[in-house]
Design a protein around this ligand. Structure first.
Ligand SMILES: *[C@@H]1O[C@H](CO)[C@@H](O)[C@H](O)[C@H]1NC(C)=O
Ligand SMILES: *[C@@H]1O[C@H](CO)[C@@H](O)[C@H](O)[C@H]1NC(C)=O
Length: 280
């Protein structure tokens, strides 16, 4: 039993020493494009080592060393994979580096400008994020700010493009169906670059312009309380009022006829009572 434990412990130790032949510190870097970057490669025992890299590469050292630094004044390589190695490539360790660039602009617009925007119809919103890297780390959120200033999150999107490291233009779309309450609301999108704990904190966020919404909606007929039910005493004057609260009346012929019908019924109703009053 003890022997088994000892053997497994030994093998664990051996695996461990083999895996940790070289240690990179920091092992992960998040660098803004154009900024300096550096990381150290170290070994417990002195060895000849070098850094293989497109930028800041260091050839194999003549002497055995315990530490070797990789350093770049200005990172301008998107696909940088600095790798520390020992003689003959017996041991290799790659530095995990993410080069990022904040977007040049974030803007929101309609795919096709709605003229007019009608209640209940569907419109396509698009959020354009220009020149961003890496696009797979970008989270785009659409928001609606009501006329009273209340902000609602509509949707959050992220593209699964982890292999693309160079700057990209990202287009994010969302179907938007306005209701009458959305009249006077504003739409916007925000782009957040979440680069993890090694990245800038809090994650940088860029917010778009605001898009106004003017929703055309069907007229709402409001009846004055007396229009359809009213009790009057003899001799009182009877006044009837029907009003239509029409807010932007587009091409709604059907509703126009409803209004006309109401007006006619009010007229008939009132003349009937007038007639009765006169006939007394
Ligand atoms: C790398 O090692 C050098 C020398 O030990 C030290 O001065 C430097 O701060 C280290 N750099 C990093 C990034 O750890
Ligand atoms: C992004 O859009 C801009 C402006 O339209 C254009 O100049 C640029 O080439 C585009 N970039 C990519 C990677 O497509």
């Amino acid at each position: 039993m003890e022997i088994v434990t000892l053997v497994s412990l030994l093998s664990l130790y051996c695996d461990f020493t083999d895996a940790e032949c070289l240690v990179i510190s920091p092992a992960r870097l998040v660098v803004k494009y154009g900024d300096p970057a550096s990381s150290n490669c170290s070994s417990d025992t002195p060895v000849e080592m070098g850094w293989e890299a497109i930028q800041g590469g260091v050839g194999l050292t003549d002497k055995e060393v315990k530490i070797l630094r990789w350093r770049v004044d200005s990172v301008t390589e998107w696909y940088s994979t600095p790798t520390c190695y020992t003689e003959g490539g017996q041991c290799q360790k790659q530095l995990d580096i993410t080069v990022y660039k904040l977007p040049d602009s974030v803007s929101i617009s309609y795919r096709k400008y709605p003229d007019p925007m009608v209640e209940g119809h569907q419109y396509l919103l698009q959020c354009l994020v220009q020149n961003i890297a890496p696009i797979g780390r970008l989270r785009v959120t659409f928001y609606k700010v009501s006329a009273t200033g209340e902000q609602t999150e509509l949707d959050t999107q992220q593209k699964s493009k982890d292999n693309i490291k160079t700057p990209e233009n990202g287009t994010y779309t969302l179907d938007f169906t306005p209701g009458r309450d959305d009249d006077g609301a504003q739409l916007l999108c925000s782009a957040m670059l979440d680069l993890g704990p090694e990245g800038p904190q809090p994650p940088p966020v860029m917010v778009s312009n605001r898009l106004n919404t003017n929703v055309h909606y069907k007229p709402q007929i409001t009846r004055s309380p007396g229009c359809f039910s009213m009790s009057i005493t003899e001799g009182d004057t009877l006044s009837l009022a029907c009003s239509a609260n029409v807010d932007y009346l587009p091409i709604i012929a059907g509703l126009a006829s409803v209004v006309i019908l109401l007006a006619i019924s009010c007229f008939i109703y009132s003349s009937y009572y007038k007639h009765r009053r006169i006939s007394y």
